[in-house]
Design a protein around this ligand. Structure first.
Ligand code: ATP
Length: 252
């Protein structure tokens, strides 16, 4: 299977002089095309830092990162930003949206920038995505007039606008109630079933149990992994049980 993302002995440090410490301490990780992975670990173990390093959002202090076969260090700053915008999707705990724009405009705005596609095509794509995730009727709504779950669906639409090869999600269900979280995970499962790789950082065993490989981090290193069959809607409790048992075993 071709690797879409490779991190080879990534080192990332913060601080200066005596205060300097490695938040990622030589992490090696590879994600297959179309794979669905989760990263778990205690607060401060380096999960988000790993995600930012792999996505080229932050530069690394050591090691190398490859996306789709290309070393990120070969990219200029603009090219890297362009690649992130067109080939990667990002979903955060709280989608950052502009208050003076409605939901639809927030979804299409990043795609309008520097795009060769015309505005009508971009809008049509956004409306199709909104339909798909169940928020079609909210296109003209203000972002303050929708629920957290609806806003997160809009965030997912925005992330999908350019048909990315990989989606990075940092606690995408962290601010949602359990029903909304499950619905959002259903959407991620669907997106993954269509071939998009997904990497989610999560503290939630229920979320991780929907993926097919969980990397467990502690102190800037991946200390263990758990692989599961691709989720097909069955045996949810058994999968959650496996994740929690593994967490207990490694003391997370
Ligand atoms: N820009 C920064 N400057 C200095 N230290 C940082 C910076 N970003 C992260 N850190 C430190 O790096 C460590 C790892 O942070 P990171 O956000 O990756 O952890 P995490 O595992 O995602 O935690 P959480 O589950 O709480 O989100 C933490 O100790 C954090 O304080």
């Amino acid at each position: 299977m071709k690797k879409i993302m490779i991190g080879d002995h990534i080192v990332k440090s913060f601080g200066e002089g005596d205060e300097k410490r490695n938040v990622l301490d030589g992490v090696t990780v590879a994600i297959d095309e179309g794979e669905f992975v989760a990263v778990m670990g205690p607060s401060g173990s380096g999960k988000s830092t790993l995600m930012f390093a792999l996505s080229g959002t932050d530069c690394v202090d050591g090691g190398q990162v490859f996306f789709d076969g290309r070393n990120l260090s070969e990219f200029g700053e603009n090219e890297l930003a362009d690649m992130r915008r067109t080939q990667m999707g990002f979903v955060f705990q709280q989608p950052t949206m502009l208050k003076h724009l409605n939901i639809l405009d927030n979804i299409i705005l990043p795609s309008m920038r520097g795009s060769r596609k015309n505005a009508a095509d971009i809008t049509a794509k956004a409306l199709a995505l909104m339909q798909r995730v169940g928020i079609a009727e909210l296109e003209k709504r203000d972002i303050t007039q929708v629920s957290g779950g609806q806003l997160q669906r809009a965030g997912i639409c925005r992330a999908l606008m350019n048909s990315p090869k990989i989606i990075f999600g940092d606690e995408p269900t962290g601010a949602l109630n359990s029903k909304s979280a499950e619905e959002i995970m259903d959407i991620f499962s669907e997106i993954n079933a269509e071939g998009t790789a997904i990497m989610l950082v999560t503290h939630d065993a229920k979320v991780a149990a929907r993926t097919e490989r969980i990397m467990f981090m502690r102190d800037g290193a991946i200390i263990s992994e758990l692989t599961l069959p691709k989720f097909n809607g069955m045996d949810t409790d058994g999968r959650i049980g496996q994740v929690t048992a593994k967490m207990r075993e490694i003391g997370i």
